[in-house]
Design a protein. Structure first.
Length: 486
């Protein structure tokens, strides 16, 4: 794609309408630093319009009143269209945020298809109501859609995070107002066209590209019943505070500083590819689940450091459109500067750069950062405690298994993680002790059929699988009349 991708209208309730304001959002390529897209910037007045049509569609429209099978039919058409056009979607995501194409196909487009598929499977078996025997007589427990949902998504994996909110919300019978990140709105508007073609009724979906001010207005709107957000801890706390004014329900998937524990019997042939895949190769390190703290036994520190240093040094950095590229650019110049600042901070704290540490040679245009591995890191350093969100990884020594678990848990985050060891039962036992929402034994995996979310500052609630679908329902208890003669 070389031409600027432009949208002049907003998608509100299934209709393309003129924005109320004149401001626009420029999408800048992190590869060329040139403008590649332009969309309208939604205003609070546009939010009011979107909430009004979503409220009407939920309170009086057909979508929540359709049968589950009818909603499944429409959402299946969305999934099938995504699958058929996944390459186009992957290219659009790469254009905006610089994801390497291999990751954009698998981790962006096809993962979104997978989330829709898992949500559809969960909906097919979902129990909408069941009768129980209560303490005072029979009761009917119903699950009813929560209402109007504000879905706010980030720039790093835009379609995956959209799917994690949109698919279950639609299947539950909710209406949705989607606010994509201003860095990556093009794929969200592309999806709006696809959903309209699938036959969503009027009012069910709106897409409002905007920045924080409009986003803040959206989450504090009294017409919103639930906010589903993926992003930073700071933004999550602000959203939770704003939503609290109306007691609006929230689910928050926030940051991470996940630990990969290599036990003393870890097989490096297994561990090293998984660590590379869970760090620099995971969207160029711009992933909340990245394994950014690698915990290694002191007895094997030199051996492991040497192997990981070689692996990181040999990763191909460059144009994300090249299918052989493993690490692309940071999404913005600000993100590049953030990573380089943390690399400087790590050195000032006494950590040693084993490989990387700057901007790759020959890549002065574009917001690139070398895959960087720090050695001699202690868990009290800022580079070990704060989320950097880039290809910067810390090696931390430990003496025994208990200390490894203690270091892994000594974090304000708890989103992901991994444990590597030849004895699978022992490694699994260690995994059980780590306070984190997702952890993999001898690998790195985000399973779309299992609940995903975090402990501590990594968030509230779960997405994906049956648990992700359940998050879009309210529970109602109907106390039934006692049987005659009782």
């Amino acid at each position: 794609m070389t031409d600027i991708v432009e949208h002049h209208r907003l998608f509100i309730g299934g209709t393309w309408v003129e924005p109320t304001g004149s401001d626009t959002i420029d999408i800048v390529s992190p590869v060329t630093e040139q403008i590649v897209g332009r969309v309208p910037h939604a205003t609070p007045a546009d939010v009011d319009r979107a909430v009004a049509v979503a409220r009407e569609a939920f309170d009086h429209g057909p979508w929540p009143r359709m049968t589950r099978a009818e909603r499944i039919e429409v959402v299946t058409r969305i999934k099938d269209a995504l699958a058929a056009r996944h390459q186009e979607l992957a290219e659009l995501v790469t254009l905006q945020n610089g994801s390497p194409m291999l990751f954009s196909v698998r981790g962006q487009a096809l993962s979104a298809v997978g989330v829709f598929g898992v949500a559809l499977a969960a909906a097919a078996g979902f129990i909408e109501e069941d009768e129980r025997q209560g303490t005072g007589g029979p009761v009917l427990v119903r699950r009813e859609p929560v209402g109007v949902v504000a879905a706010i998504t980030p720039w790093n994996v835009p379609q995956l995070t959209i799917a994690g909110k949109l698919a279950p919300a639609l299947l539950a019978g909710c209406t949705v107002i989607l606010k994509p990140s201003p860095e990556t709105p093009l794929d969200a508007l592309w999806l709006a066209e696809l959903c309209a073609g699938a036959g969503l009724p009027e009012g069910v979906l709106s897409v409002l590209p905007a920045g924080r001010e409009t986003g803040g207005y959206l989450v504090s709107h009294p017409g919103i019943d639930k906010v589903a957000f993926t992003g930073s801890v700071g933004a999550g706390k602000s959203i939770m505070a704003a939503a609290a004014q109306n007691l609006t329900r929230v689910s928050l998937e926030l940051g991470g500083k996940s630990a990969a524990i290599l036990l003393d019997d870890a097989d490096l042939a297994v561990a090293v590819p998984a660590i590379v895949g869970g760090t620099c190769a995971a969207n160029s390190g711009q992933a909340c689940v990245a394994l950014t703290r690698v915990l290694v036994p002191s007895s094997r520190y030199d051996e492991i450091a040497a192997v990981l240093t070689s692996a990181f040094a040999n990763l191909k950095v460059g144009d994300p459109a090249d299918p052989t590229t493993v690490v692309g650019p940071m999404v913005t110049q600000q993100q590049q500067e953030r990573n380089l600042d943390y690399i400087r901070i790590g050195q000032e704290e006494g950590a040693k750069v084993l490989t990387g540490g700057g901007v790759p040679d020959g890549l002065s245009t574009g917001w690139y950062v070398e895959p960087t591995l720090f050695g001699d890191v202690t868990n009290d350093m800022r580079i070990a405690r704060e989320e950097i969100f880039g290809p910067v990884v810390c090696l931390i020594r430990y003496e025994d298994e208990d200390e490894a678990v203690a270091i892994a848990n000594d974090s304000e985050f708890g989103l992901s993680g991994a444990v590597f060891g030849a004895d699978g039962e022992r490694a699994t036992a260690v995994a059980r002790r780590v306070r984190t929402g997702t952890i993999t034994v001898n690998g790195f995996r985000l399973d779309l059929a299992a609940p995903f979310g975090g402990y501590k500052n990594s968030g509230i609630g779960r997405e994906f699988g049956p648990e992700g679908l359940a998050a879009y329902f309210e529970y109602k208890t109907v106390n039934l009349p006692a049987p005659a003669g009782s």
